[in-house]
Design a binder for this molecule. Structure first.
Ligand code: FES
Length: 103
């Protein structure tokens, strides 16, 4: 079965940041936000990520750095058998994991 490997910044301002690796079963059309939902459902329900529209690319709440470039997790498609690094945006107060304060 194809997987997508996510290396994700976890933690908060108090405890500090660390990188955690998750292997997520790939399915056609899956976004990186879908992959994070899978992690929340199957591995760690405490995983924090901000989102609202989930796919319309309208709310901009799922912004993050993906392999060092800013983007929207709900509109970036997962690639089977690939590995990506996902980090919270900088320049905003960091809340937890991928969640930052809204501007
Ligand atoms: S969840 Fe709204 S733009 Fe991604």
């Amino acid at each position: 079965m194809a997987v997508v490997t996510l290396n994700v910044v976890r933690g908060d301002a108090e405890s500090g940041a660390s990188l955690e690796k998750f292997e997520v079963p790939f399915r056609d059309g899956m976004s990186l936000l879908d992959a994070i939902f899978w992690i929340r459902e199957h591995k760690d329900p405490s995983f924090s990520v901000r989102y609202s529209c989930r796919s319309a690319n309208a709310c901009k709440e799922c912004s993050a750095f993906v392999d060092g470039k800013p983007g929207y997790l709900c509109s970036i498609r997962a690639v089977p058998d690939s590995e990506v690094k996902i980090e919270p945006l900088t320049g905003r107060p960091w809340i937890k994991d991928l969640a930052t304060a809204l501007e």
